[in-house]
Write a new protein. Sequence first.
Length: 462
Amino acid sequence: MTDLHAPSPPALSRRRYAIVGVGSRHRLYQDAIETTYSEHAELVALVDTNAGRIALAQRESVRHAAPSPVGYAAADFSRMLTECRPNTVIVTTPDATHHDYAIRAMEAGCDVIIEKPMATDAEQCRRLLDVRRRTGRRCRVTFNYRYSPPRSQVKDLLLQGAIGDVLSVDFHWLLNTHHGADYFRRWHSSKRNSGGLFVHKATHHFDLVNWWLGAQPVAVQASGKREFYTPATARRLGLSGPHERCGTCPEAARCDFRLDLQADAALRELYLEQERHDGYVRDRCVFRADIDIEDTMNALVTYDTGATLSYSLNAFNAWEGYTVAFNGTSGRIEHTLVESTYVGGVETAPLPGGQARALTRVIPLRGAAREIEPWTAPGSHGGGDRLMLEDLLADTPPADPLGRAADERAGACSILVGIAANRSLATGARVALADLIGPLPAAESRPRPVRREGAVAQFAGR
Ligand SMILES: NC(=O)c1ccc[n+]([C@@H]2O[C@H](COP(=O)([O-])OP(=O)(O)OC[C@H]3O[C@@H](n4cnc5c(N)ncnc54)[C@H](O)[C@@H]3O)[C@@H](O)[C@H]2O)c1
């Protein structure tokens, strides 16, 4: 019988990973390194400001029968780099700290994998790009949305030239009051930490458009407001006003937005029981006055190809998902994805079968529209997370004709749209991206639309 606790194969043959920030998102990477990819990958260190969450993550390694990663306080990050010699550092901390860890890791000779958004302001972005260029280290930004099969399929259609050259895009993203509200409870609710939803959330969406079009954004005009997650809404809902947090709220039983950390074993263990270490409160009132991010945003973006994007993001909607339409020289692609149809209490109603519902239509300028059978894959984020992990962690990632692997340039191009939008909100002016950090690093060659009928069908869910 195989002994799961037997000594691992020689460490030299395995890539050494460290993870900084061991909250909710880091688990995707720890699980993958310690299970699916354990033959080629080893988790050697965990870094966090919260000792309790490090201990939890180390227990996870035991559960995986994996070698125990060494835990380090955030202040000892540099010591960790010297002592543990990771090949790659994965950064899954709150957004405004990403650049600092990535820069220090690259300076120490490590490659980096950075959760989105790569950074939250222009100066952080410029410094990260400089260090990446100077050190020559590899930098990946984890745009898992690209790997979602129906979105990959849209890219494939555009590459096939299904509608000719894209002249304009209408893209509208809806977050429901389960998912959307969560950004107003904790660190995301301060622009200083997250850059607001124009950066934290829309980085996914702006990246999708940049990638779908193979174009570089040039300028942004934006508007935005916070109109729902406000003290006035609390009163409109019959509450006496916002309170500090759900756990101590005198009106919790009457509030539709209550997050009950005690009742959810995973949230209780990861956050409530670790609060004593750092005071990170996971269930702050979503109607607090001190929130400074928007819940309703619009942006007009122009691209170097001449294409334009009309974008909106709403964080308090009745259903969750998006609609996007591409208007091309020979037709239109309409793509809609419904992730949840409604929210009951604080829970999102699952869709039948648990899968998001995608609808994609190609409508030529002349002739009948055709509905496209959507690509699907199992797993989180519409199957995108699993496919992305394969691309990030496999010893030999499969060749990808869709070019989904994103580097620091893609990371920059997406956040700079959000950062420009934030500046446009503040000034009322149209903001040119070149005015934020100067010229971007040279573009990779832009994929030319080529007809390759069915050539990437296997990417529906490899
Ligand atoms: N790609 C996606 O779909 C996706 C989904 C979820 C989260 N994310 C990203 O992952 C990152 C983490 O999000 P999360 O939901 O796991 O947050 P989280 O709050 O659950 O976890 C953050 C962790 O970082 C730690 N931390 C805070 N400040 C730190 C510091 N200065 N140094 C080291 N550790 C610090 C916290 O103690 C916590 O353990 C964010 O950047 C977020 O945008 C991406």
